[in-house]
Design a protein. Structure first.
Length: 276
């Protein structure tokens, strides 16, 4: 239990990847603040799972795109647990494929407000407390789109994740003297209930064949294990890094995707013309 006595905030941790991270951190002994925009049965369920493991957890509602709510979450964490040792910026939203010329300003703002502004606000809220303690760990949850463009979403998603990567590297440099490390974990395809509900087994098998050399999607627990390592003393000399957990997706050794990408772009152009 290498995180025993540490306190972690995990944003967007009511289900999926965030839940997986929260449970692994709790298994390693951390107190966990389970955050969602509003308290739901999912949020309370994660807290109960942690308590059933013998751990300590509280649920705190906060919209990460709202400065006052993020500040209140940080204050509630210190009041309840006395410290903030680990911040995991997991809250994020995806986008649906659309040509840049068809993308609305509202859609752009919606993704950036959570994926980039939310990460910034949460970091800003916890840094003073981490400095006071003389140490801290910040782990951002990005995407393979943090490293390379994605054809799964559209430009606002790729741009927001690249922005998060830039924020990671800048903060790693800025906070080094304060013994605060900042890294980004970049998942590829992750097996979650949401993915299973939104895709067919045939689609998932096709995607794995084309994209993932290791032949399967990553589990939420595997993402949690990488986060737990980065939050530990074993990762004391790792900062400013983008760490892909993608089964080899970024190696480019799956099937040739150029034809797939071209077909998707052609379909989007046809849809654009049909709107005229």
């Amino acid at each position: 239990m290498e995180l025993k006595g540490k306190t972690a905030i995990v944003t967007g941790s009511g289900r999926g990847i965030g839940e997986g991270i929260a449970l692994v951190l709790a298994r390693e002994g951390a107190n966990v603040v389970v955050n969602t925009r509003a308290i739901t049965k999912d949020t309370e369920g994660v807290v109960k799972k942690i308590e059933a493991m013998g751990g300590r957890a509280i649920a705190v509602a906060a919209d990460v795109s709202k400065k006052a709510e993020v500040a209140a979450m940080a204050a509630a964490t210190v009041k309840h647990f006395g410290a903030i040792d680990i911040l995991v910026n997991n809250a994020g939203i995806e986008s649906h494929p659309v040509l840049t010329m068809d993308l609305s300003e509202e859609a752009w703002d919606r993704v950036f407000n959570v994926n980039l502004k939310g990460t910034f606000l949460c970091c800003q809220a916890v840094i003073p407390q981490m400095m006071k303690q003389g140490k801290g760990r910040i782990v951002n949850i990005g995407s393979t789109a943090s490293i390379r463009m994605t054809f799964f979403g559209s430009v606002e998603y790729t741009a927001s994740k690249h922005g998060q990567a830039g924020l990671t590297q800048h903060l790693a440099w800025e906070l080094a003297d304060s013994n605060i490390t900042v890294n980004t974990v970049c998942p590829g395809g992750v097996q979650t209930p949401l993915m299973e509900a939104g895709t067919t087994p045939e689609y998932r098998a096709m995607t794995i064949k084309r994209l993932v050399p290791l032949g399967r999607f990553t589990t939420i627990e595997e993402i949690g294990e990488v986060v737990s390592f980065l939050a530990s003393d074993r990762a004391a000399m790792i900062t400013g890094q983008m760490i892909a957990v993608d089964g080899g997706l970024l190696t480019g050794f799956g099937e040739d995707l150029r034809a797939v990408v071209r077909k998707r772009m052609e379909d989007l152009k046809v849809a654009h013309e049909a709107k005229k």
